[in-house]
Design a protein around this ligand. Structure first.
Ligand code: ATP
Ligand code: LTN
Length: 332
């Protein structure tokens, strides 16, 4: 029995090292397992919950699609599509709204954070974001959703909604499970390592864009905030900066953190910063080359997106229809 894997990313701001390590790298590993049926989306309906400049938004969407492919997601092995191209998402989202309570949405951490950040535009979409996300996941009878830690609360809500609907109508949806990476589920800001590295951080020194040049990456790592001690060991609570660098290095070099701690015995923070910066440059280099090639062939990207949307629709449509029928709608 193959497992359905589903995840998505918003094409807003820049693709960060956190997005790559926490999410996309994991997707690519799951794609490598032939028992998995993988579906990955650009969550471009979610993106407009925060106001976007139309030109920038359009460019970002193409750029993110190319980045996903450059990072190893293969449209022949996985379904790779834009959420806005499959109208079943918005449709199911409306239906699920009627099975979700306002109180549940009010409690969402991301909604509270984003409302505070965008207090001039607390729109209904911002509040409804987790319901649309539940629709994304439930449309494909998803078994597992690989995400970073910050999204686990939204997956819990998707599970609650699925169980609620199944409780009323029988087996309509699969109840999904969120899965985290063992190392790297939360990459921290380089300037404030108690905060998540976020694509919308206004301080560029805090965030590595996967498209940054090597010299920019090295500069950012050299100025990464650490602490006033000298010992290189993993202690996320008391040494968040050093622990973040060790985590990043561990993922890039594919080495356990305790092995790295031994290698760095007697060395200084400067050594750790430089080696981590170099390892990140090394890891991203082939991806950047592939990205530049893909961006020169927009026709190919659009063709892949079109085929991806068709394949997604084929799976989504019957699931939506089953739910519509269960509710009592007249199907034609
Ligand atoms: P924002 O901060 O503006 O909300 P974001 O950087 O969290 O954006 P998303 O599009 O919301 O980006 O996230 C895409 C995926 O990347 C999600 O699975 C999310 O959990 C993961 N992710 C984002 N940032 C990190 C991070 N710093 N470490 C690990 N995973 C991350
Ligand atoms: N909200 C997610 C993006 C997202 C998503 C999804 C993730 C939209 N739909 C479905 C997993 C499954 C985020 O990462 N900010």
């Amino acid at each position: 029995m193959s497992k359905v894997i589903y995840s998505a990313i918003q094409p807003s701001g820049i693709m960060t090292l956190g997005n790559y390590i926490g999410a996309v790298d994991n997707w690519q590993q799951m794609q490598a397992n032939e028992d998995n049926k993988c579906i990955f989306a650009l969550a471009d309906l979610h993106t407009i919950t925060v106001r976007q400049d139309p030109k920038k938004f359009h460019e970002n969407a193409m750029s993110f699609y190319a980045l996903l492919m450059a990072m190893g997601l293969d449209p022949k092995k996985s379904i790779l599509y834009f959420q806005s191209h499959v109208q079943e998402h918005a449709y199911l989202s409306w239906l699920l709204n009627c099975y979700t309570y306002v109180g549940e949405m009010n409690r969402m951490t991301q909604f509270k954070d984003k409302s505070a950040k965008h207090s001039d535009n607390i729109n209904m979409g911002l509040m409804d974001y987790p319901v649309l996300m539940a629709a994304d996941i439930l449309l494909y009878r998803t078994d597992e959703v690989p995400v970073g830690i910050d999204q686990m609360q939204h997956i819990e809500i998707a599970r609650d909604i699925a169980e609620r609907v199944n409780g009323i109508y029988g087996d309509i949806f699969t109840v999904p499970k969120g899965v985290l990476k063992k190392v790297g589920a939360k990459i921290m800001s380089l300037q404030d390592p108690t905060q998540k590295m976020s694509k919308s951080d206004p301080n560029p020194k805090a965030v590595i864009s996967v498209l940054d040049d090597d010299s920019v990456i090295m500069k950012k790592f050299k100025s990464a905030v650490t602490d006033s001690e000298t010992i290189i060991k993993y202690d996320a609570e008391n040494k968040p900066g050093v622990s973040n660098l060790l985590t990043i290095l561990s993922v890039c070099e594919n080495k356990p953190i305790d092995v790295l701690e031994k290698e760095f015995e007697g060395l200084m923070y400067g050594h750790l910063k430089i080696r981590t910066g170099e390892a990140v440059c090394e890891m991203l280099r082939p991806m950047k080359e592939r990205y530049n090639q893909l961006m020169n062939d927009k026709g190919y990207l659009l063709q892949c997106a079109k085929e991806g949307a068709e394949k997604a629709r084929e799976i989504a449509r019957p699931v939506l229809d089953k739910f519509r029928q269960a509710i009592g709608y007249v199907l034609i």
